[in-house]
Design a protein around this ligand. Structure first.
Ligand SMILES: Cc1cc2nc3c(=O)[nH]c(=O)nc-3n(C[C@H](O)[C@H](O)[C@H](O)COP(=O)(O)OP(=O)(O)OC[C@H]3O[C@@H](n4cnc5c(N)ncnc54)[C@H](O)[C@@H]3O)c2cc1C
Length: 447
């Protein structure tokens, strides 16, 4: 197994994530030198007379977005609290396949959590025709989310974040000079800034930023222990099926002693229910042959994919990151990398603002508009082609597997999704009659 170090190896984006500039937090200002002038001029000093501003920042939700935000803020010397309604390690319904784009981002080694490194994908069309596109370099790291997210929380704690678990946040408001975060146990925490990272099940994106929770994919997943006939196939290859689900796809990701299997279907499009599609995956996918269907326990969740019209991720002193802001690629459903990257970028913007005594978090918004939204928009366009015309798409990649090989470069961060999309379109446009002929022929071929 090729291991990734997931060590900081390169600077990314305008915030140079991984940089270690230390800003003084309010606590540091007080304890350093009791300088009355400093205390008066620090924002926290000003607020403390009127209200109990106890933290520079409060982060709501401790998935990959929230815990990386906490760690980044704590490493910069800010006083930060991260609150999660769950107690880690918690179960998270997820394929758990992280793209190598994450290499160098986290700033610490998490390679011991990789259960399988993926080097290829077996694409099928309606569980029939199969196309294996393999690579000699990794294109995915499969982890169990409970363990992965737990490590991220512990790294945030280690860096100096205050971690509050088992505590549900019920409200967050920007009260002009500070934010107030209310919890179900009746606490009211006040801070200079807040980062909303409460994920797909949270309320901040919906209630505070007006994002549409119906713009999502509905998924059903299960963890299946090995020990059935097809399990021997499970090496370093993921399985992805197009065509069996209208406006969606199914996947099988191998882990150490089990498979993560699942389906995702666009909640805004008509089609059979998720349960029916899941049953079809289990009964028809060749590698799941011999599996005891009755022993499978499913878990339903939503994937808040990016959609056209998403704009503001910052309102006053509050920024949102990860699933809260629908930062999930609608083509393949990749969200872990975007959660970690956006959590860090939001934290960088908070640290910059706190250091300069401003409330302006617009550098985070700019990073999203320049580096992230164009990628996710390209993923929207690509998914329109792939999921509206899965048979045509499958015929194209059968004929030109190079397309998927180049997509692996996108997963590795060697190329953006936007230029990849442009390249795919130019390739399709350059061969219109050829492909059309192939597509017509494919319609008469048995699936
Ligand atoms: C079925 C499925 C399969 C997926 N497969 C993949 C994959 O293979 N690869 C990939 O890259 N992405 C995948 N994704 C997407 C990925 O799981 C998410 O994008 C990622 O978890 C986003 O991280 P996050 O930190 O934003 O949110 P989350 O990981 O959801 O964390 C949010 C946290 O907020 C907490 N919270 C919620 N509400 C409150 C509250 N009121 N108060 C306090 N805490 C609260 C929750 O307990 C949770 O810990 C998948 C998603 C699904 C549903």
């Amino acid at each position: 197994m090729i291991k990734t170090q997931w060590e900081p190896s390169q600077m990314r984006g305008p915030y140079q994530i991984g940089e270690r500039r230390i800003y003084k937090s309010c606590a540091a200002v007080r304890s350093d030198d009791d300088n009355e002038q400093d205390l008066q001029s620090s924002s926290i000093g000003r607020f403390s007379a009127a209200c109990q501003v106890t933290h520079d920042a409060i982060v709501i939700g401790l998935g990959p977005a929230g815990s990386t935000a906490c760690r980044t803020l704590a490493l910069k010397g800010l006083k930060v609290a991260g609150i999660d309604k769950a107690i880690h390690p918690r179960y998270k319904s997820c394929g758990g396949c992280i793209s190598p784009k994450i290499d160098g981002l986290l700033g610490f080694d998490a390679s011991h959590l990789i259960e399988r490194t993926i080097h290829g994908i077996a694409f099928t069309y309606k569980f029939g025709r199969r196309l294996d596109v393999v690579s000699d370099r990794p294109l995915g790291y499969n982890v169990m989310r409970g363990a992965f997210d737990h490590l991220l929380v512990e790294k945030a704690r280690e860096a100096g974040s205050e971690i509050i678990e088992g505590c549900r946040v019920t409200g967050v408001s920007d009260d002009g000079g500070h934010v107030t975060v209310r919890t179900a146990d009746g606490r009211g925490l006040e801070a200079r800034f807040a980062i909303g990272a409460d994920g797909a099940s949270g309320f901040i994106g919906r209630e505070r930023f007006g994002l549409n929770p119906r713009e999502c994919a509905v998924s059903l997943t299960a963890e299946v222990p090995y020990g059935f006939a097809g399990a021997k196939e499970m090496t370093d290859r993921a399985h992805v099926d197009f065509g069996s689900i209208p406006f969606g796809y199914s996947w099988i990701f191998p882990k150490k002693d089990r498979l993560s299997i699942g389906i995702a279907v666009d909640s805004m499009r008509p089609g059979a229910g998720a349960k029916e599609h899941f049953r079809e995956l289990v009964s028809r996918h060749p590698v799941l042959k011999g599996i005891d269907e009755r022993a499978i326990k499913t878990d339903g969740w939503t994937v808040p994919v990016y959609y056209a019209g998403i704009k503001d991720m910052v309102r006053g002193r509050i920024a949102i990151a990860g699933d809260t802001g629908h930062l999930v690629d609608p083509f393949m459903g990749e969200g872990i990398y975007y959660a970690a990257a956006s959590g860090m970028a939001a934290a960088e913007a908070v640290a910059e603002a706190a250091a300069s005594g401003r409330t302006d978090l617009s550098q985070y918004q700019r990073w999203l508009e320049e580096d992230v939204f164009p990628e996710l928009k390209a993923a929207c366009r690509l998914s329109e082609i792939v999921y509206r015309h899965p048979r045509l798409w499958y015929s194209i990649i059968e004929k030109e597997p190079e397309i998927m090989r180049r997509f692996y470069g996108v997963l590795r961060g060697e190329e953006g999704l936007a230029p990849f999309y442009g390249w795919v379109m130019s390739r399709i446009k350059a061969r219109p009659w050829n492909l059309l002929r192939h597509w017509v022929a494919s319609r008469f071929r048995p699936a």
